[in-house]
Design a binder for this molecule. Structure first.
Ligand code: CP
Ligand code: NVA
Length: 329
């Protein structure tokens, strides 16, 4: 079977990719990981450049994309909103059109998801979503790689996400649904994922056999799970709610007792950064079931796969872009 061709595509949500395309990206990532382990050169993006726009902080996403471009023979520019005229009111559309004349791809981490859609609409080079308030798809591609490595498969397994119904939870539901991975989100009442995302993930899951559900009991979610996953209780941009969230989420922590309910082979994932002692205990994070640092490493390999697949060569013609899609969540 011909390998999927992702050249020129954007990477904005996992819902935009078929299971075959996601599996292909995972295969590329595994291949790149092996090449790096063996010290084999893989300069597939020689001479290519990536603009990286960040309006929120980052350790993993920034460093792995920047280093990834270097490994691939290319060059990455780290740009904060303040560095760009965006910070003085230049429009996203004009920024996209100008950057497209200089670089071969644009990564953006920002608050509004609509901004990423707008950037992608006006850019004539691939746009990669490095996290918005709505989604975090590059994270979940790396998570799928980690699950496949550690447990040997993805389809048919069950992931329990304990915590906030946030951007990471949304992408886990969509990515899980695409790949036949059942996802149960356990969160306090009032902190559920967006119903529109849940419904979309459920519809996708119906095609792959993945059950996507939202409940409020963390023990019920953890029972017999193959993967336990958590994220911070307070995401970037919600700092003023931190105290209220600490109260609301105090029973939504992965500790040794919750982990004991999961399958004996279960792994624990966290996208990081962790607030140790809040959503995860030291005992679990540093324990034998934790895969969090492999998961963080896999960001590098998965991101290189995305870069290689999207920017390998070829361009999309901005004239052929459809009209700006309506914000659908
Ligand atoms: N998980 C993640 O995206 O980490 P950073 O915020 O450090 O990029
Ligand atoms: N949900 C977190 C993820 C950080 C990688 C946030 O948006 O801050």
């Amino acid at each position: 079977m011909a390998k999927p061709d992702l050249k020129g595509r954007d990477f904005i949500s996992l819902k935009d990719f078929t299971p075959e395309e996601i599996s292909h990206l995972l295969d590329l990532a595994a291949d790149l990981k092996e090449k790096r382990r063996k010290g084999e050169p893989h300069r597939y993006l020689e001479g290519k450049t990536l603009a990286m726009i960040f309006t929120k902080r980052s350790t993993r996403t920034r460093v792995s994309f920047e280093v990834g471009m270097y490994h691939l023979g290319g060059y990455a520019l780290f740009l904060t909103k303040e560095d760009l005229q965006l910070g003085r009111g230049e429009t996203i559309g004009d920024t996209a059109r100008v950057l497209s004349r200089y670089v071969d791809g644009i990564l953006i981490r920002t608050y509004s998801h609509q901004e990423v859609l707008e950037l992608a609409h006006y850019a004539s080079v691939p746009v990669i979503n490095g996290l918005t308030d709505l989604l975090h798809p590059t994270q979940v591609l790396s998570d799928l790689l980690t699950i496949r490595e550690r447990l040997g498969r993805i389809k048919g397994l069950r992931l329990a996400y304990i915590g906030d119904g946030n951007n990471v939870a949304h992408s886990l539901m969509l990515g899980g649904a695409k790949m036949g991975l059942s996802v149960t989100v356990a969160c306090p009442p009032g902190y559920e994922p967006l119903p529109s995302v849940v419904e979309e993930a459920q519809a996708l899951g119906a095609q792959t056999g993945a059950l996507i559900q939202v409940i409020h009991n963390p023990r019920e979610a953890a029972q017999d799970a193959d993967v336990l996953y958590t994220d911070v209780w307070t995401s970037m941009g919600q700092e003023e709610e931190a105290e209220a969230r600490r109260q609301a989420f105090r029973d939504y922590r992965i500790d040794g007792e919750l982990l004991s309910l999961a399958r004996p082979w279960a792994i624990v994932l966290h996208c990081l950064p962790a607030h140790r002692g809040e959503e995860i205990t030291d005992e679990v994070m540093d324990g034998p079931r934790s895969a969090v640092f492999d998961q963080a490493e896999n960001r590098l390999h998965a991101h290189k796969a995305i870069l290689w697949a999207l920017m390998g060569d070829g361009r999309t013609d901005p004239g052929q872009r459809p009209i700006l899609p309506a914000f659908s969540f």
